[in-house]
Design a protein around this ligand. Sequence first.
Ligand code: GLN
Length: 533
Amino acid sequence: MAKFIFVTGGVISSLGKGIASASIGKILESRGLKVTLMKLDPYINVDPGTMNPYQHGEVYVTDDGAETDLDLGHYERFTQSESTKFNNATTGQVYNAVIGKERKGDYLGKTIQVIPHITQEIKDRVKKVAQVSGAEIIIVEIGGTVGDIESLPFLEAARQFRLDMGEKNVLYIHLTLIPYIRVADEIKTKPTQHSVQTLREIGIQPDILVCRTEKALSDEVKEKISLFCNVRKEAVIESRDVESIYQVPLVFKNQILDEIILSHFNLISKSSNLAEWEKNVVEKAINPKDKVKIAFVGKYITLQDAYKSVYEALTHAGISNDAKVEVKKVDSEDIEREGADKFLKDVSAVIVPGGFGSRGVEGKIKAIRYAREKKIPYLGLCLGMQCAVIEFARNCCGLKDANSTEFKPKTRYPVISLLEEQRKVKDMGGTMRLGAYLCKVKSGTLAAKVYKKSLISERHRHRYEFNNKYKKLFEKKGMVFSGIYQKKDLVEIVELKNHPYFIAVQFHPEFKSKPDKAHPLFREFIRAALTLK
Ligand code: GLN
């Protein structure tokens, strides 16, 4: 019988519920338990795929092609669990399913209501994850903050879950904030008391409180929280700000959070061992020996969440090279206006991530030209590859004004364009080329050296493709097509001869990088930057 942990959040958003959930997964997994994590999102969109990055941050893509919440990225980075489309459920999906059943007549004339029909659908989705994953522990993170109207059906479903499955099989963890008031030099527990009160009104008594705080929680404060919130004192866990998010599992383990959870579930397992994690990830992240500065040229650089997995993959590459990667975030529109030199002359490498729409594209192309001509390591991801192709077409192949049909539908040289199957697409949601595809790596190329494999699988999220009509000409001019999706003859990886590290990929390698196993494309990119700096 699987055990279920529901993680809720109180007081304010952005407390790091995703990282806390992933860290709980990590400490339980380190005790030999099979863990999976799931996110319930209260918004009405079916998935975040159609949302603007400013609204939602990064869209994380799973192997099976689901466009999901970025917290699933944390889950996969901290644990071995592999997410599928079932690991993220939204209000939109839940209502869609219930209304679909109602139209089919499945409810046999009943009035369809939030309780029990919507809550049943939510519970079924949680159970489905347990069944599909075969995990012993299912951690279910509920998005939003307790007290929001939107998340009520999810909290109600979580409440019923314990009733259905039994006291010992369901655990509630509440993540909360203990603010520090500078003028009074005091930390305050009142907001936490109120948020737990709201949770109890719904019928959920948290078993464990994880308290985000700037300052240490004294014994006295813990006792107060324990008394007012009706939570055992040892289950009041202090979660202070740390230098690296990868320290959080250690912080939890030091307070025997794993023991507290297992004893609630009456589970016995081997003791945990996070020594490798501490030595190879945390130590390296906090005390790097070397450092390197790279430019990140994008258009959502003011929002930390917009390129979450790419930033994390760069951190991992730093960890594996024992170096700190200092990321200089450059707005591609600034380069467009003022030229690349001004922004890139002090960096050792350039990365251009994915993106949509024409805004900022010309700046990215200028940045790529700079990296190509100055022989600075370049890594292009998805749109970053398409822009590299456009740049090469214009400046090395004499195809003046070459473009992608995404940005200029009537361009004379459509070096990036839509496949026939994409031209027919009318609905925008879930219709891109999504998820894992195999790619054959050409031997003797940089890609082969980096991957050390001839067949790889990487995740995709795009509509446009390299236009094979231009392949011959490009090859003649020095571009190497080093990765191909053979079934449809689609270009997956391009690179340049006569350049120390210029590689760009149609897929998103950032989704498969881990702190203790950096993705080879990122690892070698940072290595090249360090060598050449
Ligand atoms: N806009 C491009 C496309 O749809 C690239 C997408 C991306 O970078 N994820 O093909």
